[in-house]
Structures are given as C-alpha cells and as structure tokens.
Design a protein around this ligand. Structure first.
Ligand code: SAM
Length: 329
C-alpha cells in the first residue's frame, strides 16, 4: 500500500520532498493516506468516486494539473500506457524535481522500473506490502505521452478507458439485442466512450439520453463522438446519480474496483437502475454469465428475461421495478 511504503521511506530517511514545495499526485485512490506529503498537495484524479472521496478529506482534487509543482508522486494504474502518460506528465511538470513512483507488483511496477532505468536516474527502491516506491529524476521520456485512438464510427478512446481498443464483445451483443423501437428517456449507466449510446440514439423514439460515467477521460471521449442534441453528459457515480424517472436504462456494468473483481459494484448498478426507472420502465443489461446478479435482479424487478444464449454473456431484460425496493446500495 502507498501509505505503508511512504511512511517506511520517510522513517528510513529515503523520502524527501522540497521544503514547503508543491506536490502533484497522480492517481491516488480515495482511501490513500497522503498526509506525509504536506499541505501543498494537488491530486489529479478523474474517477469520480475517488475524486469525491479525496475532496471530502480536504484535498485539492482536479482532473488536470493546475499550476507549478516542485515534486510529483505517480500512483501507477494497471494500464501500462496510462501509467507511462502519467509519468511523462509528471516529468514535464517538475522539470529537474523528483518524481516519486509507487505501484503494486500486480500493476507492473517492476517492469516500469526496468523500462525507466535507461531513461533517467532511479534512487533506492523501497519494497514493501507487495509493491515498490522509488524516485525518478532527470528523465527524458520520448513517446510516453498518451495518444488518442480513433475507432471506426467516429469514436475516440484514450489509454486506460474501458475497452480502449474497440467495442467490448458484451456491449456488441447487447447493442444487437436492444429492441428496434425504444421510446422516451434513457440512461446509459457507465457509458464509457459512448458505444451503447450511439446505438440507443439510432432509435427515433428516444427523446433524451443521459450518459452517466465516472471516468472523466471516457466521458470526454463520449462527448467527442456523440453530438446528438438529445444527449446529455454526466460525470457522476452511477450509484448516487439521480434524474427524473426514465423509460429505459441500458448498461454493461463494471465488475472491477481498481484491481479487484467486485460483483458488488455491478449489484449496486442494478439497484441504481431500478431506482432511476419509471414503474413501467425497462432495464437492458449485459454481464459475464458467471456473475451472480440473479438475486439482486429478482429483488428489484418483477420480471427478468435472459435474451441471449451466448455461453459467455447473459443479456438481461428486466421489467417492472419493485417500488420500495429501490434504495441505493
Ligand atoms: C464495462 S464498462 C462499459 C462501458 C460502455 N458502456 C461500453 O459498453 O463500452 C463499465 C463502465 O462503467 C464505468 N464506471 C465504473 N464505476 C462507475 C461508477 N461508480 N459510476 C459510473 N460509472 C462507472 C467505467 O469507467 C466503465 O466505463
């Protein structure tokens, strides 16, 4: 864990920050303890739940760095190209100042050290709690900034967003099984870079579409691709998002939190979908077949049908949300 490595490094006299200097922290999570970094910290975090949790702790939290900095700390994400981009941004920001890099082994910190060795100076490496923390200085990182990828259909993606190389197979299956006629207002819950929204907006009967997405970068990609005036964009946590009741919710819910598989997040999406729907509303959702969503679907909807015989994915049509059962998780 970041805080364990930071305090160990501090105790050993290996972690020094410029006196009174401003520190830019990339990618800290909501439960990371940043108190050892002093009070001149700005955190760059585009995932809304982490962004809000860090803000609630009193941190200055932004989606892009703002101002000048004397040092940086990069918390490695799992996506390699996103990690490289964050390190390159940190190096740009601090010039000759220190860039601390922290990561779990499962997030590729060891291969990152190997990749950086020929490109800059790496100080002592602190190994603790299944991860490593080290300081990089004097690095030149040509080609490490993230590129935008253009996909067929006018979509764009950036490293780290879900399914950045092209549409997810489950989403393609769901898009193909949505009814030809959909009327009224729709929420695309966890809209990503807009693949499902694009298909929803092909239906003339749709009067309004809310794209709800926690990942700021993904939502910006969706904004680029979806220019239909019926669409509105919400950088929000699906679990707490609220709107006037809608006729349909469409979703391919996430099933990971940070690194860990977590069906609770998908279950919370189902609870949130039921709460967003009108009494005669419909939920259309795809999920890996092995994910245990049946109990929560039965709890929140009177009728549930699996529209797919795909061995890997179930495509669920759930109808008639149960009133009084739609409290959020
Ligand atoms: C499986 S992906 C599906 C993306 C898109 N709908 C598609 O079909 O390509 C799930 C999406 O939910 C987003 N997400 C994760 N946690 C979220 C939350 N708490 N609130 C809103 N969106 C969230 C992820 O960033 C991701 O884009």
């Amino acid at each position: 864990m970041l805080s364990a490595r930071l305090s160990f490094a501090r105790e050993e006299g290996l972690f020094e920050l410029p006196e009174g200097g401003r520190v830019c922290v990339f990618g800290a999570r909501g439960d990371d303890d940043l108190s050892l970094l002093g009070d001149q910290v700005q955190v760059v975090q585009g995932m809304k739940p982490d962004h809000d949790a860090l803000g609630a702790l009193g941190h200055d939290v932004v989606v892009a760095p703002d101002g000048t900095f004397d040092a940086a700390l990069v918390v490695l994400p799992r996506a390699r190209d996103l990690a490289r981009d964050r390190i390159a941004q940190a190096v740009d920001l601090v010039g000759d100042g220190p860039v601390w890099i922290d990561g779990q082994k499962t997030d590729g910190v060891e291969s990152m050290i190997r990749a950086l060795k020929p490109l800059g100076t790496i100080g002592p490496v602190i190994s603790k709690a299944h991860g490593k923390l080290f300081c990089l200085t004097g690095a030149t990182l040509p080609g490490w900034h993230a590129e935008t990828t253009s996909l067929e259909g006018g979509f764009i993606t950036r490293p780290g967003v879900f399914s950045a190389d092209g549409p997810d197979r489950g989403s393609v299956l769901l898009a193909g099984l949505l009814p030809e006629v959909m009327k009224g207002s729709v929420v695309d819950l966890g809209a990503g870079w807009g693949y499902l929204s694009h298909h929803i907006l092909h239906r003339d009967g749709v009067t309004a579409l809310h794209l709800v997405e926690a990942d700021h970068t993904a939502l910006e990609c969706a904004r680029h691709a979806i220019t239909d005036p019926r669409a509105s964009f919400h950088w929000a946590d699906a679990r707490t998002f609220s709107a006037e009741p809608v006729d349909h919710v469409v979703m391919n819910p996430p099933f990971h939190v940070a690194r860990a598989a977590d069906p609770d997040l998908g279950r919370a999406f189902i609870t949130a979908a039921a709460a967003l729907l009108k009494p005669a509303g419909h939920l259309w959702m795809v999920a890996n077949r092995h994910l245990p969503y049946e109990a929560v679907l039965d709890e929140h909807f009177v009728k549930t049908t699996d529209l797919s015989d795909d061995p890997a994915f179930k495509v669920i049509h759930a109808e008639r949300p149960r009133r009084g059962k739609t409290r959020r998780a």
